[in-house]
Design a protein around this ligand. Sequence first.
Ligand code: ZN
Length: 409
Amino acid sequence: MTEAVRAAVDDRLEDALELTAQLVRERSLLGFEEGAQRVVHERLEQLGFTVERVAVDAEEALGNPRAGIPLLPYAGRTNVAGRMRGTTPGAPTLHLSGHTDVVPVEALERWTRDPWGAEIADGRLWGRGAGDMKAGIACYLVAVDVFLSLYGPPTGDLMFTSVIEEECGGNGMRAVLAAGYDGDGTLIAEPHYTHVSHGGVGVIWARLTARGSGKHAAYADQAATTPPIQALVDAVGALRVLEEDLNAAGGDPAFSDAFAHPYNLNLGEVGGGAWPSNVPAEAYLRVRLGFGRDLEPVEAQRILFERVAAAAPTVEVAFEGFRAHGYRHDPDTTLAHLVCAAHADAAGFAIGASLSTATTDARYVAGPTYCYGPQAGDIHGIDEWVDITSMRNVTATMVSVLARWYGQA
Ligand SMILES: [Zn+2]
């Protein structure tokens, strides 16, 4: 890495922090992504990209067994896609991507920082989405800026997309890929700093609903019908057995070799009932289940449905959000080697490729695709943060990756 790169990145660190803060303040929860999308759109135009908005086709998504099942209408919610034409026909192209959607803030009273305040303290920038993954988007954008100023326009096309719905189904990434934003290599700025992530498990979501009489507890005939919350408890018992069955089966050696327990059942959201002395009229539970590449999402859905039906026949099962297939990209490619070598140079320690027990938008990309970005903590949790030194190192790494990928350094 040249001194010029280091100096230029140090010079621009303030810009990366300000851009991250601007994105965090936009509160881009599901359905409210547009403010953050506009920030990325404007920055891409300033950098000289030709920028368009790419809509999600809800009908197409519903009909695709590996697509997300939309949770909300798509009116006014689009993906940002920018392209900078390369100077040399036939030169390799690169796609950089990130998602601006963030997960909800829970237990606000337990946060010690304003989740939307983007406070800088203790070498970190704090807030919902700071780590997952607005700092990553900011670092990639600033790296493109530094690359252009030091090396000029890229030899091959450079694509930059900012997508929605990574956290609930992946239809944003599917839409930009279908619109032609698909490079010879792809990097996604998810917070993987001590490795590049080259694969993830399959994930489905399900909503379990149980209905009851709504009667006074004194008149409830509990023997006749399982009360709704009890029915959900019975369903959870069956799903815990399914979870252990999936982990014990080891049907996908890539994940069972890498992790003791790769497939997690998460009980994510519960509601229903209104009073201790009432049988609830309705109760619901939203769950997430992981699985390996030996199962297609539709097969995982079928198994989950059958297990619930057998243990808790009054519980209705509906599927929503994720229908993510497990995926694994080749960890031994030019792009992976470039990122790892540039990172070692910038950050001073070596990294390699690892798998993850979560999923990312990388599953939809055909060519070599890796997740790499700044060090984050408590993502999806209370007091989420991103480390500022790692932001500098990721930005420097990405300048080198761009220069070498395009043969300009
Ligand atoms: Zn993420």
